[in-house]
Ligand binder design. Structure first.
Ligand code: FAD
Length: 370
């Protein structure tokens, strides 16, 4: 069989690979996504979909500006994708209430409360917005811009958009090896070999396989997150609520996404009863009536974590044309547009912010570990 030839082959069709495909295909690059399973079927489909640029970061140096730029890109992308594909990825305005139960907790939020886009709500104001809140809640930081989307729909719409710009999507096509022959990469799969000038590894926690295969000792650690969903038959929840990295996120169909645990280096993709019990307890502390709701489903996903919490977005230190875009841990949905745009710019040669190049470059591991 003759090998198919592309400008860029992307290994992995989660939200990161799909976003990269979208931005590159839009620039007329001949792109393919090779996905071992179904588009968006792994970590992406497990996510709650919060675009938490403010709620997630305590340092405002590297990740926050990148995250904020991605959050802003979503505004534009939402309209653009809806027009192009007729898919609505359910961007819900309203934002998020980061709950506070004590003066000490309020103090910890000082840096985000100093941002002009963030508002302090006392107990009464918080309850006006979310009448279901527990009486224990002292107040909340209102993060109006930290809206949420439905991640699997967003991922599918990005890959569909990429397809409409000419990209080819190959599901159930596991990549077995990537190697360089002359100026070109050879990407071996059970369904045949693909050829490409550039390759992007966007395989989430499974990127470890390619780090090793391509001579690097980098490691992505899975941080398992367990979630449960319930149907809210009472007054609709208009905002996501968040405390201590646990949350309740409403979907358009009145389903509430209740998550999530953080289990370091746990590779199993099934939720445990202990994990589900923990998220339900945390949710009840925020909204007690959750305990009476009817559950609909439960699941788990693996967040791709790097040693320093920054993703790897950049070129292999020795192999030109080979890129990594992985390790977005608990913020891959939020960071997908900025990552897609950054990899596009690296491949087509458009300048990228130097701060981001340095903060996310692949070889920083080598420096850190000597
Ligand atoms: P994945 O979605 O895992 O995609 C990688 C793909 O690569 C997979 O589809 C896999 O099948 C494929 N693959 C692997 N090996 C190969 C191979 N050899 N050949 C071909 N394909 C391969 N982020 C947010 O921003 N907001 C949230 O609210 C949020 N909530 C979360 C809640 C939970 C419970 C979890 C688990 C995660 C959450 N995240 C959230 C994080 C987010 O889901 C991830 O950061 C993001 O999905 C990572 O995307 P990815 O494309 O890198 O990985």
């Amino acid at each position: 069989m003759e090998s198919k030839q592309f400008d860029v082959v992307i290994v992995g069709g989660g939200i990161i690979g799909s976003s990269i495909a979208y931005y590159l295909a839009k620039e007329n690059r001949k792109v393919a996504i090779l996905e071992a399973d179904k588009i968006g079927g792994k970590s992406t489909s497990a996510a709650a979909g919060m675009l938490g640029a403010h709620s997630e970061y305590k340092e405002f140096k590297h990740l926050y500006p990148f995250a904020r730029s991605s959050q802003l890109l979503y505004k534009q992308l939402y309209e653009e994708i809806r027009e192009l594909t007729a898919i609505d990825f359910e961007k819900r305005n309203g934002g998020l209430l980061k709950l506070v139960y004590s003066e000490n907790e309020k103090k910890e939020l000082e840096s985000i409360l100093s941002l002009s886009s963030v508002e302090w709500l006392d107990n009464k104001e918080a309850r006006k917005r979310v009448p279901q809140l527990s009486k224990e809640v002292m107040g909340a930081a209102y993060l109006q811009e930290d809206v949420h989307i439905t991640p699997l729909i967003a991922c599918n719409s990005l890959s569909k958009g990429a397809q409409l710009f000419g990209a080819e999507i190959y599901e159930y096509t596991r990549v077995l090896a990537v190697s360089k022959t002359g100026m070109e990469y050879s990407i071996k799969t059970a369904q045949g070999t693909f050829l490409a000038k550039n390759v992007v590894i966007a395989s989430g926690v499974w990127s470890n396989y390619f780090f090793q295969q391509l001579g690097l000792s980098h490691e992505i650690i899975p941080v398992k997150g367990e979630c449960v969903a319930a149907i809210n038959e009472g007054a609709p929840l208009r905002y996501a609520v968040f405390h201590d990295q646990f949350y309740i996120v409403p979907r358009n169909n009145n389903e509430l996404i209740i998550g999530a645990t953080k289990k370091w280096n746990d590779w199993s993709e099934n939720p445990s009863l202990d994990g589900l019990e923990e998220v339900i307890q945390k949710a009840k502390k925020m909204i007690p009536e959750v305990g009476e709701m009817k559950w609909t489903r439960a699941w788990a996903g693996l967040r791709p974590q790097t040693y320093d919490g920054h993703p790897y977005i950049g070129e292999h230190p020795e192999m030109k044309g080979l890129y990594f875009a992985t390790g977005h841990q608990r913020n891959g949905i939020l960071l997908a547009p900025a990552t897609g745009k950054m990899i596009r710019d690296l491949i087509i040669g458009t300048p990228v912010e130097k701060e981001w190049l340095d903060a996310f470059k692949v070889e920083r591991n080598i420096f850190a570990y000597g």
